[in-house]
Design a protein around this ligand. Structure first.
Ligand SMILES: NC(=O)c1ccc[n+]([C@@H]2O[C@H](COP(=O)([O-])OP(=O)(O)OC[C@H]3O[C@@H](n4cnc5c(N)ncnc54)[C@H](OP(=O)(O)O)[C@@H]3O)[C@@H](O)[C@H]2O)c1
Length: 323
């Protein structure tokens, strides 16, 4: 598939639907000083990739490029082998198995990826396979909310079957919280298996009428609202969302709360990706965190993978095998 100087990569040169993506041979990138080059074996298509390809929301183009995507190749999660080192890199050796995130320049939908050696990457724990290590994106977003939890806090995670929600259940348990997970019928066993203390089926039960109060309610899939969840909160309880909400209501409310000094409604944005990926590696090594996986696609099926992720019906993570 590749000769000495070129690699296969998925390319995009404009915002649009999945079929704007195409595969091509492009030069293998050279690691700059302080960078490593990874031979990528597994990746994912996640909601950050699909939103970035669409250029939605429009204001995000301030980071991704106003008229067209700045990054020629999408793909944020990766797992692979360190293949070359830029000048000055001593933290990694060629041949080491690594996983991580490329949240700024993306680029993991390709056979090779260069990124800073001190960036969001870590050695893959034990004998975990490449395709079991592509777990970063949803977990990083989940961590932005679950880091608000303290030992013994009671939280409700709405939509605990997505990439963010399934990670949030596990990370909330790591924080010592009591977790109520709200999912549909087909995901009841999954939520139980992730360690939720209580599982509620949103198809048969009104989760807003549980008769319980929570310190934190997280809308992990953008399918509920502050108005619906407000009665579930303790007087100091917090509502968080991962999505802008209907009519950007979550964005507007969280902005209003920030202006007025209230902590009631938040749209937490993840930070410190390098520190998070290293912590995640530790949790995986201890068996306290695992990926939840749905379909897998080959790199040359990337358009189908994007279409499936855009349905909003995936369970956890959609993987890409990179030959
Ligand atoms: N802030 C950011 O930059 C950022 C980054 C990534 C993602 N996001 C947003 O975060 C949200 C979650 O992303 P994700 O990747 O975790 O989602 P996802 O994996 O696409 O979530 C899909 C899951 O949600 C469940 N679901 C669908 N409708 C539901 C409903 N009405 N109630 C409860 N569950 C429902 C589906 O199962 P069932 O239909 O069987 O219930 C499916 O398992 C998305 O809205 C995404 O746009 C934001």
């Amino acid at each position: 598939m590749t000769d000495a100087e070129t690699m296969t990569a998925v390319l995009c040169d404009r915002y649009g639907a999945p079929d704007t993506l195409w595969l091509d041979d492009v030069p293998i990138p050279a690691p700059a000083p302080g960078e490593i080059r990874v031979r990528v074996h597994a990746g994912t298509v996640n909601r950050t990739d699909t939103a970035t390809l669409r250029g939605h929301p429009f204001f995000a183009r301030a980071m991704t490029g106003l008229l067209r995507p700045k990054m020629p190749t999408l793909g944020m999660d990766f797992a692979g082998v360190v293949e070359a080192l830029g000048d000055g890199v001593s933290a990694f050796r060629p041949g080491e198995r690594v996983f991580g995130l490329s949240p700024e320049r993306f680029g993991a939908h390709a056979q090779y990826l260069c990124l800073p050696a001190d960036g969001p990457l870590a050695r893959i724990p034990g004998d975990l396979a490449f395709d079991e290590a592509v777990v970063g994106e949803g977990a990083w977003y989940a961590d932005a909310t679950t880091s608000l939890l303290s030992e013994g806090a009671r939280c409700l995670i709405y939509g605990a079957s997505g990439a963010i929600g399934s990670a949030a259940v596990q990370l909330a348990k790591v924080r010592g919280a009591h977790v109520t997970a709200v999912v549909g019928t087909r995901h009841l066993e999954l939520a139980q298996g992730l360690g939720a203390d209580r599982v509620v089926n949103y198809e048969t039960e009104d989760f807003t009428a549980l008769g319980e109060r929570f310190d934190l309610v997280m809308d992990a899939v953008g399918k509920t609202s502050w108005r619906a969840c407000r009665p579930l909160l303790t007087p100091d309880g917090i509502f968080t969302a991962t999505d802008l909400g209907p009519g950007w209501s979550h964005l507007l409310l969280s902005g209003w709360c920030a202006l007025t000094g209230s902590k009631r409604v938040r749209l937490p944005f993840p930070e410190n990706a390098p520190g998070f990926v290293r912590r995640l590696a530790g949790l995986m090594a201890e068996g306290r965190f695992r990926g939840v996986f749905d379909r897998r696609y080959r790199l040359d099926e990337i358009v189908e993978a994007f279409r499936y992720v855009e349905t909003g019906q995936k369970t956890g993570i959609v993987r890409i095998d990179i030959p």
